[in-house]
Design a binder for this molecule. Structure first.
Ligand code: SF4
Length: 482
């Protein structure tokens, strides 16, 4: 356990994130611990001075006192306190994390903020690199993503994107962090679909009252195609009738073992243009190890069927640093993906959440280990180099806690195949009306300066019992002040 003694305890959780960049998933406390990091703050001669020390070393960071609003000052203080600790840890360990001192989910936001202050793209990229010690490669990645998002990042203020969550899967992947109450095996599909249809009908009226129309629709999960074809068709029919005119519809067909001709044809008949067929890995031994319950051959067959039925926008999700995989194993998956040539590829770095079975397997009971930070970085770099050489471009990016090597998840797409929903959701440039258990609606106000959230309960039974209340939560946020 690590103890932090700090003059800024309000930033405790953010300081924990910085420590985890260097020490992984460790316990942190303000009151006890066998290793102590101490922080003192002083305002002297017009300077904010933050001093961090531990037994072996010290780091001092000074910055002119900033005059601004309370929110701006808090933000800058947090940045400096975190950076002081980061500098000390970097000196102490000799490690330079790829994203430097950045611990947030959306690094592109910093780039856009710098551009809003008047910097051109190249200057903003350089600014993020310098201010946060981001490596030149990762800073360049942000620049490439901003270029790809030009002209498609913004939505009209009277538009929203629609998310529908189907929280059912046939089996549970070992890295899944949902609880049994949040991810069902199919037995509660009927009542769940009824509740969802009720939420769709009530939200149709709500959106009409708000005077807003849908831009893009996205059905995610879980695995939407895990439920019977007729039930999924009822959901899509209701959603498309309630919210007509979407320019893009995506359905995650995720697990190849849930895909068949009938379901794919049903999606085509409803104008669903974009689907995900997710191999995660093309190594059967790995798939068995992570509880995916399908083989690489099934992914190939599902992909071929989707192409045969005319799908022209297919995404494939891959995961780097899966347990037991070597760089060569990951390259094999990339070989197959390159041959298939899907329209977009999303490359994830495995995040091992504490609530997953995998966390238990890797940390408590031993068994297969995960490749280290350097190996994970090599996989991610290899994927980037090969996909960009094959004509894909990175178009959105996000980070999560507990990711292998402190890396990132990146969506790559061929020109014209970037998913609007993914960009809007990640960059928070469009309101999201989110339906289903665990779905979180996000509403933008004041030209995106303020975002308010309305979360649905995650437990499936609770959601079914309280669906009207979930709509009232949204109503309170969306129609506030009217
Ligand atoms: S497909 Fe996704 S939601 Fe379903 S078990 Fe696997 S990780 Fe969890």
């Amino acid at each position: 356990m690590i103890r932090i003694i700090t003059d800024a305890p309000e930033f405790f959780s953010d300081l924990g994130d910085v420590l985890r960049l260097f020490y992984g998933d460790i316990q942190i406390s303000l009151t006890e611990g066998d290793r102590v990091f101490e922080h003192h703050f002083a305002e002297t001669d017009g300077q904010w001075i933050d001093t961090w020390c531990c037994e072996e070393s010290e780091s001092v960071l000074a910055q002119p006192v900033f005059v601004g609003t309370a929110v701006e000052i808090k933000r800058l203080r947090k940045r400096q306190v975190k950076l002081g600790l980061y500098n000390l840890l970097k000196k102490l360990t000799g490690v330079r994390p790829p994203w430097g001192s950045l611990t947030g989910i959306r690094p592109t936001r910093l780039l856009y903020e710098a551009m809003e202050e008047g910097m051109d793209l190249e200057t903003a990229v350089h600014h993020v690199e310098m201010a946060y010690d981001v490596t030149p490669e990762k800073a360049a990645l942000l620049g490439d993503i901003a270029r790809m998002q030009r002209g498609i990042r913004e939505a009209r203020p009277d538009q929203f994107d629609l998310y529908i969550g189907i929280p059912f899967c046939k089996t549970r992947c070992s890295y899944c962090s949902f609880s049994a109450g949040e991810i069902g095996d199919g037995r509660r599909v009927g009542p769940y679909v009824e509740a969802l249809l009720r939420e769709i009908a009530l939200c149709r009226d709500l959106m009409a009252e708000a005077g807003m129309s849908v831009r893009a629709g996205y059905v995610g999960g879980g695995t939407p195609t895990a439920i019977p074809c007729g039930e999924l068709a009822r959901i899509l029919d209701a959603a498309q009738a309630a919210f007509p005119g979407a320019v893009e519809w995506t359905v995650e067909a995720g697990r190849p073992d849930t895909i068949d001709r009938e379901k794919l044809q049903m999606l085509r008949d409803r104008g669903v243009g974009r689907i995900s067929v997710n191999p995660q890995s093309f190594n059967d031994e790995t798939l068995r190890r992570i509880g995916r319950a399908h083989t690489g051959a099934e992914t190939l067959a599902a992909y071929a069927l989707a192409r045969e039925l005319g799908f022209e926008d297919i995404n494939m999700d891959l995961i780097a640093a899966l347990p037991g995989e070597t760089v060569r194993d990951f390259e094999h998956t990339l070989d197959v993906v390159e041959r298939l040539s899907p329209d977009s590829v999303t490359v994830h770095s495995l995040a091992i959440k504490r609530s997953s079975r995998l966390h238990e397997q890797l940390t408590v009971s031993g068994g297969h280990t995960q490749i280290g930070a350097e190996g994970a970085a090599e996989m991610i770099d290899t994927a980037h180099n090969r996909l960009t050489a094959a004509g894909y471009r990175p178009y959105y990016l996000y980070r999560q806690k507990y990711m292998a090597g402190n890396l990132e998840n990146v969506g790559y797409a061929r020109p014209g195949k970037a998913c609007l929903y993914n960009i809007g959701n990640m960059e928070e440039t469009v309101s999201v009306l989110a339906l289903g258990a665990g779905a979180i609606s996000k509403w933008l106000f004041d030209r995106t300066l303020r975002i308010e959230r309305a979360p649905n309960v995650r437990n499936i039974d609770e959601y079914i019992a309280r669906v009207e209340e979930m709509v009232e939560r949204k109503r309170a946020v969306i129609l506030q002040g009217r």
